[in-house]
Ligand binder design. Structure first.
Ligand code: GTP
Ligand code: MG
Length: 255
């Protein structure tokens, strides 16, 4: 039999880490949030209080010193980008356990205060390595396009439910419909998918923005955590430029 101390050697994943110099996203996704949203009585298909719980939980990561380059949240996910500063010496087990547990705890507390319901929320966690800044923009564009698709389906699902269709029938219906057709059906029922609140369609971005102040006749830069609830499309020039600007700012930050 091995000595008791030898068992530490069986912690074979503890040294698994992200390669040095690589930027990466941590994506946390709410576990069974469809069920959770029902349980707390969230508005369908979107409830601003859920978005606020996500944003507050994301803000906490900045406040606890995780120092992300930016954080993009939409639906029930948080995408947290790390570039020149990385948590836990890049150890995967640490990142994939502490970040989702902290966010789950914070989110649960916020649910309690926004909805007045005690429901334990959990998030899964994964790491996505970025080759360069271009892949950061592509990654964000991908998550935003995915959110737009889910947004359209969520509105359609909600309408079909109200019309009396069963979930299985709706799933079949949605599979057979093209995006344009979904837009048309909803439009006929008074919902213009292009005019829902921007945070529902495009998500919310958190990042630090410089604020120039005069202190004792000297200009100093203070970094303010900004919540952007009115985002451009990341596939368009305006969106690409916003991300590039945030990444440039991040390089100037000294925190
Ligand atoms: N009513 C309501 N539901 C929401 C809201 N935000 C997220 N959700 C629910 O959360 C789900 C998120 O999608 P998924 O992550 O694919 O579904 P999930 O139930 O979390 O399943 P897993 O992530 O696989 O555990 C949506 O389909 C909605 O059902 C909201 O603001 N209101
Ligand atoms: Mg989920």
């Amino acid at each position: 039999m091995n000595s008791l101390e030898d068992l530490a050697r069986n912690e074979i994943f503890s040294r698994t880490s992200i390669p040095h110099g690589a930027s990466f996203f941590v994506r946390l996704d709410g576990w069974k949030f469809r069920k959770l949203s029902e349980a707390i009585g969230a508005e369908k298909p979107f409830d601003e209080r859920i978005a606020k719980c996500l944003v507050h939980s994301g803000r906490m990561l900045f406040e606890k010193g995780f120092n992300p380059a930016l954080l993009y949240t939409v639906s029930d996910e948080l995408n947290i980008l790390f570039m020149n500063w990385t948590p836990f010496h890049r150890r995967i087990e640490k990142i994939d356990s502490i970040m989702p547990s902290l966010v789950s705890a914070a989110f649960t507390l916020h649910l309690q205060s926004f909805f007045g319901k005690a429901a334990a929320a959990a998030f899964d966690s994964r790491i996505i390595i970025m080759a360069n800044e271009d892949s950061v923009i592509k990654y964000l564009a991908w998550r935003q396009i995915n959110a737009w698709r889910n947004h359209n389906n969520a509105y359609a699902y909600n309408l079909f439910r109200k019309m009396g269709y069963k979930p299985r029938e709706i799933a079949r219906k949605l599979k057979g419909l093209k995006t344009g057709e979904i837009h048309e059906i909803l439009f006929r029922h008074g919902i213009n998918l292009a005019e829902t609140p921007p945070w529902q369609r495009r998500g919310i971005l958190l990042y630090k923005e410089p604020v120039h102040r005069k202190v004792g006749g000297r200009e100093v830069i203070r970094w303010k955590l900004k919540e952007n609830w009115d985002l451009p499309l990341f596939t368009r020039e305006e969106g690409t430029k916003l991300i590039q600007k945030i990444l440039e700012w991040m390089k100037q930050r000294r925190d």
